[in-house]
Design a protein around this ligand. Structure first.
Ligand code: SF4
Length: 375
């Protein structure tokens, strides 16, 4: 650890819509160290998937007016399509959310895995290589062997049978394991897992997440988990980035975030986790802002129980609120947690201190001394 594998700096992502420009991602910064597992957490529509698809170069209709995405120090936004394609799949890989729609229904699992092995890291079109591959039975046999071995590694008990099966013949849990096998086939250094268990029942999701955890630890793969569930993020990640309406509102090591949640949105998410003592939480009232006309100041202002008039106009830049903890809220004092990007520069405003700090209250969600909840 210690050396970043991925650095996202002041990233802005816009889309043109009939109603104007949607400013979906608004100046986010985060870093993943080598071997680290980080989570990006927030509700549906907050920009998590747009962020990771921007990293992977899978958003041809978006514009990125500002920002940098550095993979192993290299600015991937300045690379050509062919150069990005050559890194995708081999260096960086992604597990998509829904295994049913992510797998091709008219190809067998084996055909899809063989395709990945054949094309990983290669330029998009190469007729000579196509012909050479078509004549090369040796590499086909090796690829088949490697694919079946990988299906075994994701604990599929009859890998040869699954290799010959169509996705529709498999259960949801099996399809998710196949997606994990495909994502890890090329031994990527960075794996992005976009809500990898969401389409599964709770028990199968837990098994799949445990398996994924073991596999990436064995390989020392860096992982970015995307999830709407802080409980899942606590189980799988070393570090959490809480995202709201295209901005990262709080960043901290996982145990610290659960022991000392600061941003009102993070606290609202924690209060939404069902616990044995309080049952199902109240959730957070209201909805995400319109990205074509977002608030000038804090994007959470319409839903925040602690909002003050100044929050409507003053941008709450992230400030350092602990040795490795940053929070973007005017209730907290501290030096800027990152370079104050010119487009988002703002002066601090005084709206008082967080009421739970004044009252000396506990963290929400019945957080115990070790940072766990009683859910
Ligand atoms: S800046 Fe104001 S509105 Fe935004 S989260 Fe903090 S208190 Fe709430």
């Amino acid at each position: 650890m210690g050396e970043p594998i991925l650095e996202v700096k002041n990233l802005h992502v816009h889309f043109e819509t009939h109603d104007g420009t949607a400013e979906v991602i608004n100046g986010i910064d985060f870093t993943i160290e080598r071997g680290e597992t980080a989570a990006l957490v927030g509700e549906t529509g907050c920009g998590k998937s747009v962020t990771v698809k921007s990293i992977m170069g899978l958003l041809p209709s978006a514009t990125i007016p500002e920002g940098e995405i550095r993979y192993k120090g290299e600015d991937v936004l300045s690379l050509s399509d062919a150069e990005r394609h050559s890194r995708r799949g081999k260096e960086m890989s992604m597990i998509m959310q829904d295994p049913m729609t992510s797998l091709n229904p008219v190809l067998t699992v084996g055909e899809q895995m063989m395709d990945v092995l054949k094309w990983q890291g290669r330029p998009r079109l190469s007729l000579s290589k196509l012909v050479r591959d078509a004549l090369s039975t040796g590499s086909k046999a090796e690829h088949r062997e490697r694919a079946i071995e990988m299906l075994g590694e994701v604990e599929i008990s009859a890998p040869e049978r699954v290799f010959e099966s169509y996705p529709v013949e498999l259960s949801g849990g099996m399809r998710q394991r196949v997606l994990i096998a495909i994502a890890l086939l090329s031994e990527p250094d960075l794996l992005i897992a976009d809500e990898p268990g969401t389409a599964l029942d709770v028990t199968t999701e837990a098994k799949v997440l445990d398996l994924l955890d073991e596999l990436v630890e064995e390989r020392d793969t860096s992982v970015l988990y995307i999830t709407h569930d802080l409980g899942v993020a606590r189980e799988v990640s070393d570090r959490i980035n809480v995202m709201y309406a295209g901005e990262i509102v709080e960043q901290a090591p996982t145990a610290d975030l659960f022991a000392n949640p600061q941003h009102p949105y993070t606290r609202g998410l924690l209060e939404s986790i069902p616990t044995l003592s309080t049952g199902i939480g109240d959730g957070i009232e209201g909805h995400l802002p319109d990205y074509t006309d977002p608030p000038v100041g804090c994007r959470f202002v319409e839903r925040c129980p602690h909002a003050e008039p100044a929050c409507y106009d003053a941008y709450p830049y992230p400030r350092q609120t602990g040795s490795d903890h940053a929070t973007a809220c005017h209730l907290f004092d501290g030096p800027p947690a990152r370079e104050r990007h010119e487009s988002l520069a703002a002066d601090p405003v005084d709206i008082g201190t967080a009421p739970w700090l004044v009252a000396g209250g506990d963290a929400p969600g019945d957080v115990s001394a070790d940072g766990g909840t009683d859910q």
